[in-house]
Design a binder for this molecule. Structure first.
Ligand code: RB5
Length: 147
C-alpha cells in the first residue's frame, strides 16, 4: 500500500504521529504537507493529495488540519475521492467497511496524537465489506459520472 499524507500548519503534531506509525508499519508514504513556518491555505494541500489518490498514484490518503473539516470538504470535490472525517475509532473502521473510504481527514484541534494514531491504524488495516455497500458506492460514482 502507498499512502500520501498532507496537512496545513494546524496539523503538524498529528501529521508527525501518523508518519511515525507508517514508518513503524513499513508502509510507503509521501508527505506533501506544508513545512508550516507560516499560516497556509488548506485547499492548497488537500487538493493535490486527493488528485494523486484519484489518479491511482497512491492507494490511500490522510489529511490533517485544525478540524479536518476544510481538508475533507476540499478532498471530496475530487472525482473518485471518498474522504471521511474521522475522530473516533468506530467511524474509522466503519468508513472502510461500508464506504471504502480512500482518504480520511483528522483535526488536531479536536483530538490528540494518541487517538489519531489509533484511528489511522484501524483505518489502514480494515478491509471494505463490498456487497450491498459496493452498490451504494456505485450510486455515488454514477452521480459523479453524470456531472
Ligand atoms: C486553520 O486555521 C484552519 O482553519 C484549518 O486548519 C482547518 O481547520 C480548516 O477546516
Amino acid at each position: 500500500m502507498k499512502v500520501i499524507i498532507s496537512g496545513d500548519h494546524a496539523g503538524m503534531t498529528i501529521r508527525n504521529e501518523v508518519k511515525s506509525l507508517l514508518e513503524e508499519k513499513g508502509i510507503e508514504f509521501e508527505d506533501i504537507g506544508c513545512s508550516c513556518e507560516t499560516s497556509v491555505d488548506y485547499p492548497d494541500y488537500a487538493l493535490p493529495a486527493a488528485k494523486r489518490v484519484a489518479n491511482g498514484e497512491f492507494d490511500r490518503g490522510i489529511l490533517i488540519c485544525g478540524t479536518g473539516i476544510g481538508m475533507s470538504i476540499a478532498a471530496n470535490k475530487v472525482k473518485g475521492i471518498r474522504c471521511a472525517l474521522t475522530h473516533d475509532v468506530y467511524s474509522a473502521k466503519l468508513t472502510r467497511q461500508h464506504n471504502d473510504s480512500n482518504m480520511i481527514a483528522m483535526g488536531e484541534r479536536v483530538i490528540g496524537p494518541g487517538l489519531a494514531r489509533e484511528i489511522a491504524e484501524v483505518w489502514l488495516e480494515t478491509e471494505f465489506d463490498g456487497g450491498r455497500h459496493a452498490n451504494r458506492i456505485g450510486k455515488i460514482a454514477s452521480y459523479e459520472d453524470e456531472q
